[in-house]
Write a protein that binds this ligand. Structure first.
Ligand code: GLC
Length: 782
C-alpha cells in the first residue's frame, strides 16, 4: 500500500454514454449504472461491473427513495452520468465534468466534480491534516501508525492515513453544505484539488485545464452518496441519520478516565482508587493495559496480578469506578491455549493464500486473527467477551484492530475462509470487532448500556463504539492537532471521540499536562493515557499547582456532566455534533471568517473554548463570533461578539466563554466525587438584563446507566428564563416524568430587580463559585 502515490485520471476510462436501461461502458469495461434520489436531497450513484458486491458492514439507512426530479434541488444527469444540481435561482450547487464524471481503471474507480475558487473542505474522518482541508490528497486505509511510519514523520509531523478510515468529505460552497460519502470498504482516496510539487514542477490529480475534486477507490463497487443541506448542523444530522447515531452512553463513560500502559494489577487499581479519593478528584474509569493478561493472551487474567478479580471489580464499583480492560484481537497461536483451540475448532481465524491460518506478530508473539467479516466469527468473539465480562466488566478499549500484525505484512491475511482478499475487509476489521465486542458486553450485562472505545474504525462505527484518536506524542504539536482532528472526526459521524490527554509517547511535563487537560476537559471522551517507560502523568504526579489545576478541571467536567449528557441525548435523538467548529453555530460575516479557525471550538451550543496551545505564548487572540454576547469566564464580564479580544489567563485559568441566551444544566454543588445524582441540578442562566431577552432549555435525566429510559423511565423539564422589564421570570414545565422530579437551583449571571419562578418571587443571594480558576460572583437561589 502506497500512502503518498495516487492514481492519475489519465489512466481511467470514463463513462460516455449511459443507455436508458442503465447499461454503459468505460472503455472496454461493461457496466450497469444507477442513480437514486432519497427524501431530503440525498443522491446516490452506483456502478456495477467487474466487482463483487461490496461487503460493507456500515449498514447505511437512507431515507425513502423519491423520483430524481422531486425535491428542493433541481437534479439533471447527462449521458455520461455527470450530475448537476441547481437551486431554485439556477445557481449550480454541484456539477461533474461531462464525459469525465465516473471513471474506471482496472478495479479502480473515480468520481470527479468541478471545484470552485471559494470551496472549503472538512470531515475526512480521522486525519491530522488540519481543520480546513483544501488542496489535500489523502488515502483511507487503516494504519498502525507507530508501526507504519517512521518516527520522524510521527514526532512533529502529520502521518497520514491514521487508524480509522471514513471516506466522507464535507464541501462548503457559499451557504450550502454538501456531503460526499463513499461507502466502499476498500482502500479509498480523496483529493480536494491538491497540487503536488515534484522536483520544482507541479502535478495535479485533476486535468491540467481544470482543477477537480476527486474521490475514488482502488477496488470495490463505486457507491457514492451526495447529501445537500443549508447548514452544517442540518448536514450533520442527515449524515448521522444515514450512517447511524451514537446510542446514549452510560453517564460514567462521560466521566474522567485514568489509563496508563503499565497499570496491570489489583494493587495498581487500588492505589489509583485511593489516590483519586485522597485528592478529591472524581474518576469513573480505571483502565488496565496489556500486562493484566497471562503473556498477552486475550481473555485471560494473570492470577498473580488479579488474585481476587471479582472482589476488586465490585470494590471499585462500590467507590463508583469502572474497571476497563484492553482487548486486542490477536490470539496467541499456541496449542493448548483455550481461546486459540476454540477458534480453531470453530474455524474462525483469517487464512493466508495457502489456506492455512494467517500468522502475524503482535504482543504475544505469533498471533492469529479472528475473522470479523464472518457473522460466526463475530458471534464467536461475542461469546468470549460475554464470559470475560461475567465478573462484572461493563466495557473495554479495543486496540490493534487496524488490524495490526506487527512487523508482518498484512496483505496475505484473507477473509471469508480465504475467499476474499485482504483489502475487502481491512478497513472494516475494527468495525467488525466493535460490533462483536459490544454484543458480548450487552449479553453479559442485560438491560445495561455498554461502553466500547476503539482505536480503528470505518463508516458506521459510532453505532457500536467510540474512537480515541490513537497514539499521540506529549508535545504541543499534538495538542494543537487534537482539536481539528477531533472536530473533523465528529463531523464525520463519530461524535464520541478524544485524544490521549497529556500525550501518549514521550514524557509529558507539568505545563503541557495542564494545558492539555484545560483544552480537553469537556471533550466528549476524556482520558489521561501514557506509554510504558514514559514519565507518569496522573494528576498528582507533578507539583501542587498541577494537581490543583487538574483537580479543578476534572471536577468542572463533572459539574458540567449534565450538560454533556444532554448533548449526548440530543446526538442520539437527532445526530448533532457535540464538539464542533465555530461555523457549526455561526456564519461568516464581513469582519469574521470562521472557515479556518482550528484553535477554538464549541461544546454544544453554549460553551466556546479558546485554549492555550503554545508552550511559550501565554496570551492569545480569541475570536468571539457574532452576532452574540459572550460571558467570559476569565473575568466574569459580558463581551459583545463579532470581534477579537486578547486573553491572558493565569496558570489556573483557561479562556472559556458562554453564549448569551443559554441555560446550562450543571450538577449541584462541588464535584469531589463522581456520583451521578441528576435529581439535584443547577440551571445556570446566561442572560443579561435586557428587556425581551429569553433563554430556554430542556433538561432530561435518567438513571444514567440502564436502558430503562427506552421504556419511559426518564424525566425532562423545560426551563425558560425571560427578562420582562426589570424582572427575570423563570419557569419550569415538566415534559416527561418517568424518572421522578428534580430539585433545581438557579444561578444568574446578571442582576435583576425581581426574580420569579413560575409566577412567585424567588429569593436569590450573592454567592461565588470557581469556574475555570476564577471566583465568579453570581446570584443563586436556595
Ligand atoms: C497501542 C495503543 C496504546 C496502548 C499500547 C499497549 O500502542 O494504541 O494505547 O497503550 O498499544 O497496549
Amino acid at each position: 500500500m502506497y500512502f503518498r502515490k495516487f492514481p492519475h485520471p489519465s489512466n481511467f476510462d470514463f463513462i460516455q454514454h449511459v443507455l436508458p436501461t442503465g447499461k454503459a461502458r468505460a472503455g472496454r469495461t461493461a457496466l450497469r449504472t444507477r442513480m437514486d434520489r432519497y427524501a431530503g436531497d440525498i443522491f446516490r450513484i452506483r456502478v456495477h461491473g467487474p466487482w463483487a458486491k461490496n461487503p460493507s458492514l456500515a449498514g447505511l439507512t437512507p431515507p425513502q427513495r423519491v423520483p430524481l426530479h422531486r425535491g428542493a434541488l433541481n437534479a439533471e444527469v447527462d449521458k455520461s452520468l455527470a450530475l448537476r444540481l441547481t437551486d431554485a435561482n439556477g445557481t449550480v450547487v454541484l456539477s461533474a465534468p461531462s464525459g469525465r464524471a465516473v471513471g474506471v481503471s482496472g478495479n479502480g474507480s473515480l468520481f470527479l466534480f468541478h471545484l470552485h475558487e471559494d470551496d472549503r473542505f472538512y470531515g475526512m474522518g480521522e486525519k491530522l491534516l488540519g481543520l480546513e482541508l483544501s488542496g489535500k490528497q489523502s488515502k483511507f486505509w487503516n494504519t498502525d501508525v507507530f508501526a507504519d511510519f517512521h518516527w520522524k514523520e510521527i514526532f512533529d509531523d502529520r502521518p497520514d492515513p491514521l487508524y480509522a478510515s471514513i471516506p466522507y468529505l464535507i464541501l462548503k460552497r457559499g451557504n450550502r453544505w454538501i456531503g460526499l460519502l463513499l461507502d466502499n470498504p476498500h482502500a479509498a482516496f480523496i483529493s480536494t484539488g491538491a497540487h503536488i510539487k515534484i522536483g520544482g514542477g507541479q502535478m495535479d490529480l485533476g486535468a491540467s485545464s481544470e482543477r477537480v475534486l476527486a474521490l475514488g477507490a482502488e477496488n470495490g463497487e463505486p457507491d457514492l452518496f451526495i447529501l445537500v443541506a443549508d447548514s452544517l448542523a442540518e448536514l450533520t444530522q442527515k449524515f448521522q441519520t444515514l450512517v447511524g447515531r451514537t446510542p446514549l452512553p452510560p453517564a460514567w463513560a462521560l466521566g474522567y478516565h485514568q489509563c496508563r500502559w503499565g497499570y496491570q494489577s489489583e494493587r495498581d487499581l487500588r492505589e489509583l482508587d485511593k489516590n483519586f479519593k485522597k485528592h478529591g478528584i472524581p474518576c469513573d474509569g480505571l483502565w488496565v493495559d496489556i500486562d493484566y493478561m497471562i503473556g498477552f493472551r486475550v481473555f485471560t487474567f494473570n492470577p498473580e496480578h488479579f488474585p481476587h478479580l471479582k472482589d476488586t471489580i465490585s470494590a471499585l464499583e462500590k467507590n463508583g469506578r469502572k474497571f476497563i480492560p484492553i482487548l486486542d484481537p490477536g490470539v496467541k497461536q499456541e496449542p493448548g491455549y483455550k481461546v486459540y483451540e476454540d477458534g480453531k475448532k470453530h474455524d474462525i481465524f483469517c487464512r493466508n493464500p495457502q489456506g492455512r491460518e494467517f500468522v502475524g506478530q503482535v504482543w504475544p508473539g505469533d498471533t492469529v486473527f479472528p475473522d470479523f467479516s464472518l457473522p460466526e466469527g463475530r458471534s464467536w468473539w461475542a461469546r468470549w467477551v460475554q464470559t470475560f465480562a461475567s465478573p462484572g466488566i461493563r466495557g473495554a478499549w479495543i486496540d490493534m484492530n487496524d488490524p495490526s500484525t506487527g512487523v508482518v505484512q498484512n496483505d496475505a491475511m484473507r477473509f471469508q475462509r480465504g475467499r476474499d482478499d485482504h483489502d475487502t475487509f481491512h478497513n472494516q476489521y475494527a468495525l467488525g470487532m466493535a460490533m462483536a465486542t459490544t454484543e458480548g458486553f450487552a449479553a453479559a450485562n442485560p438491560g445495561k448500556r455498554t461502553f466500547v472505545i476503539s482505536r480503528s474504525g470505518y463508516l458506521g462505527m459510532a453505532k457500536h463504539a467510540a474512537i480515541w484518536t490513537g497514539d499521540n506524542i506529549s508535545n504541543y504539536h499534538y495538542l494543537r492537532l487534537a482539536i481539528p482532528c477531533s472536530i473533523n472526526l465528529a463531523l464525520s459521524g463519530v461524535p464520541f471521540n478524544g485524544p490521549d490527554v497529556g500525550g501518549f509517547a514521550c514524557d509529558t511535563n507539568p505545563q503541557l499536562l495542564r494545558d492539555w487537560q484545560k483544552a480537553c476537559f469537556l471533550f466528549p471522551f476524556c482520558r489521561n493515557h501514557s506509554a510504558t517507560g514514559t514519565r507518569r502523568q496522573e494528576p498528582w504526579a507533578f507539583d501542587a499547582l498541577t494537581l490543583r489545576v487538574l483537580r479543578h478541571y476534572i471536577q468542572l467536567r463533572y459539574k458540567l456532566r449534565p450538560y454533556l449528557y444532554n448533548l449526548f441525548i440530543q446526538q442520539a435523538d437527532k445526530g448533532d455534533a457535540i464538539l464542533r467548529p465555530l461555523f457549526y453555530d455561526f456564519e461568516n460575516t464581513a469582519n469574521q471568517s470562521l472557515d479556518r479557525i482550528d484553535d477554538q471550538f464549541l461544546i454544544g451550543p453554549a460553551i466556546m473554548q479558546a485554549p492555550m496551545l503554545h508552550e511559550t505564548e501565554r496570551t492569545r487572540d480569541v475570536l468571539l463570533p457574532g452576532p452574540a454576547q459572550w460571558w467570559s469566564a476569565l473575568d466574569g464580564r459580558w463581551i459583545r461578539g463579532g470581534r477579537r479580544v486578547k486573553a491572558a489567563p493565569s496558570e489556573h485559568e483557561t479562556p472559556l466563554y458562554v453564549r448569551e441566551g443559554q441555560i446550562v444544566p450543571m450538577a449541584a454543588g462541588e464535584q469531589k466525587h463522581n456520583r451521578w445524582n441528576p435529581r439535584a441540578m443547577e440551571a445556570h442562566v446566561f442572560l443579561r438584563r435586557r428587556n425581551g431577552n429569553t433563554a430556554t432549555t430542556v433538561y432530561a435525566f435518567d438513571d444514567g446507566d440502564t436502558l430503562d429510559y427506552q421504556h419511559g423511565k426518564r424525566s425532562a423539564v423545560e426551563i425558560t428564563a425571560r427578562v420582562e422589564g426589570s424582572t427575570l421570570a423563570l419557569s419550569t414545565r415538566t415534559l416527561q416524568n418517568g424518572y421522578g422530579s428534580c430539585r433545581i437551583r438557579f444561578a444568574l449571571y446578571d442582576t435583576f430587580k425581581n426574580v420569579t419562578l413560575n409566577g412567585k418571587p424567588l429569593a436569590v443571594r450573592r454567592q461565588a463559585w470557581t469556574f475555570c480558576g476564577v471566583k465568579q460572583p453570581i446570584l443563586m437561589s436556595a
